[in-house]
Design a protein around this ligand. Structure first.
Ligand code: ADP
Ligand code: 5GP
Length: 183
């Protein structure tokens, strides 16, 4: 299992799309969130979009491997996204924020944890603004969270700086290939 984390806007989604093209046997876990779908997002594909009461219900039922709040919304990984795949030896990728990555490190120490870092804070801001998916106050909230997240990168065994996209895809693919061969 591969846990990919890093601040919002750093390029996790972009890198993971490229990684899945290069290593097609990898499968991406679809998370649950209580935030609204963005334009172009599809329920069940990008996320399972739930209401807050539905999310609470799934927490109480013990359905999550990990869950956390981020920018006022809730996010979580369902056990059902992982169990079948790990049993049949299919490598799974989780794209989650730091608090969730810490919970996975506790519960599944064998998971390979990778932190994606921006080349600079200015680059992160310009990517978040350039993506144009978040309102200005959301961009500021995400940048404030990013400063705390960047301090946590030392907790991660692997750090990939997403400066040149092709170089970052190469580095990420290498980590995944090496870990897959070692198992
Ligand atoms: P995340 O999933 O981490 O929130 P995204 O994958 O949505 O981030 O990327 C945020 C924005 O940054 C997107 O507009 C994407 O095209 C852009 N981006 C991603 N990687 C790079 C890179 N290496 N150089 C420049 N822009 C990038
Ligand atoms: P976004 O709203 O931009 O899609 O995601 C916001 C943050 O939530 C990102 O850092 C993303 O990695 C994280 N995230 C997405 N799914 C999950 C999840 O299942 N669990 C946790 N803990 N974080 C998630």
């Amino acid at each position: 299992m591969f846990v990919i984390t890093g601040p919002s806007g750093v390029g996790k989604g972009t890198l993971i799309r490229r990684l899945l093209e290069r290593i097609p046997e990898l499968e991406l876990s679809v998370s649950v969130t209580t935030r609204r779908p963005r334009a172009g997002e599809t329920d069940g594909v990008d996320y399972h979009f739930l209401s807050d009461p539905e999310f609470d219900h799934r927490v109480e039922a013990g359905d999550f491997v990990e869950h956390a709040s981020y920018s006022g919304r809730r996010y979580g990984t369902l056990r059902s996204e992982l169990e079948q795949r790990t049993r049949s030896g299919v490598p799974v990728v989780l794209e989650i924020e730091i608090q969730g990555a810490r919970q996975v490190a506790e519960a599944m120490p064998e998971a390979v944890r990778i932190f994606i870092a921006p080349p600079s804070e200015a680059a992160l801001r310009s990517r978040l603004e350039g993506r144009a998916t978040d309102a200005p106050d959301q961009v500021e909230a995400r940048l404030a969270t990013a400063r705390r997240e960047l301090e946590a990168q030392a907790e991660f065994p692997h750090v990939v700086v997403n400066d040149d996209l092709d170089d970052a895809v190469d580095a990420l693919s290498e980590i995944v290939r090496t870990a897959t061969l070692e198992r």
